[in-house]
Design a protein around this ligand. Sequence first.
Ligand SMILES: [Zn+2]
Length: 578
Amino acid sequence: MARISNEQILEIRNSVNIVDIISEYIPLVQKGKNFFGICPFHDDHNPSMSVSPEKQIYTCFVCGATGNVFSFIMDYEKVSFLEAVKKVADKLNIDLKIDNFQKPVSQYDNYYDVLNMTNKFYQNNLQTKNGVSAKKYLQDRDINEEIIKEFGIGLSLSGNSAYKFLVENKFKVKDLVELGICNQGDNDYHDVFNNRITFPLYDPFGKVVGFSGRIYKGEDTSKYINSKESPIFHKGLVLYNYHRVKEDVQKEGSLIVVEGFMDVIALSKDGIKNVVATMGTAITKEQAKLIKKASPNIYLMFDGDVAGEKATLNCSEELMKIGLIPKIILLEEKLDPDDYLKKYGVAKLKEKIKNALSFLDYKMIIMKKDYNFQNSNDISEYINKVIVELDKIDDKIVTDYTINKLSDDTKVSKEIIKDLIKKRNKPLIIIKEKEPMINKYQKAYETLLYYMLKYVEVIRAFDENNVFVPAPNYRYLACEILSFYNKYKTIDIADLIAYLEDKSELISALGKINNLDLPETYIKEEIDDYIKLLNEYPVEIMEKKKLEKAYQDALTDEEKIKIANQLLELKKGVNIDD
Ligand SMILES: [Zn+2]
């Protein structure tokens, strides 16, 4: 079970020409040294993507997408790094036996085996005579044999049958307890899932990591229970159905996020399969990242009640923090997607998806409910709240559209609203005043990195002088360049990208550096000056950067004002002007 080595990956990359591979996906036309094509990673109408046979990388001048042959396949086909390597290897007829090396020799392998076996046990129960009434329950809810198979639905029995079955199969009791399959009682062990219809929960790679169990006999107990958190199950890292949604997301060009897994199943029955569930009313940063990775077009379709409203707002906030603005499907009459389908049918729901609300429109609908537009205080507060939201979106067209809408709704003139927006942005302008001073450092590290990507002498100079790069992502990029150089004693952008594997933030930083419009060759004195400058980077500025970051991350106006004041103080107290 050998893992694939970095050397092997570099060798595979060096054996193909990126131009050949990319032209299998998009038509490329040669212009001078480079090839050009329509960029598949943004809504491109002119050929904005250039592919360099010399550097073996592609880069888009509009959206900044940059990478090597593996990153192209990863992003185009939405596959993992290893899958992309495997695809290129296949083209070269190199047999990588990816199934072997992809399987990590993990200390948790036992856990996965336990859950796999438990899953099979539950699934089998449903097909026996013990499962007759559970199956009837499912059939009454239109969940037929096909759906049962598709979602791996099973049944837990009463007592300790799962415990007994697993122990008979030589699994360790300790593991069963750790995974929340059984608990230790006074004299014996008993199963955690008792008489429940079971739904396996998978991690993003398709491994069973836990279960959700639903009662079906109307017992007086929690309707649903989930496996407890374990070394391999963290609820905040899992989205229901995520592992099998890839193809449908690609087909539909979007991902729908719902709250409950029964909604996923209900929608799937009606052929809407690009759906995942949060299994809760909020999402974690990690879940938001998974969503972003799946698609740039996200629809949130939570329940139409107050809890669903809260979930929609929570989830949107988390997505917007990572630059993703979802569209919202608002279900009337407090219905959840499952009930909505039953009442109105799939055609009506599809229509709703097609006409989904923009986030801001949704937010305005929700906020409007709290205000009386006959009251001037209410109008003022409402407008200010909408402006706060606008600020988060930072899109000129949305701003203009919203100003018109606000003015129509409240009868306040557009000029006044525009004025309010300007005023609100003031503190930001104060902070940005000193930006040129920061820029000189930025220019320094960008230039250094640019030449580090081309000349080993610059890497060595950087290393010897222990240069400090103030911006974290670029600092990490510099570290990676150093470690690549230390390992291979050379520098090559395409190989470096392979070396960075799926560190997409660093690859995009690298793309920005590579796109800089700088001369081919460097001037030694200039490099020395930049190194000197960066090593004199004053602590006050570091402090200032930290505060500015805090300002951007601040959630409330109150916090923002506090930080803005601290920033002003900082400038008064220390002389950091040039
Ligand atoms: Zn692009």
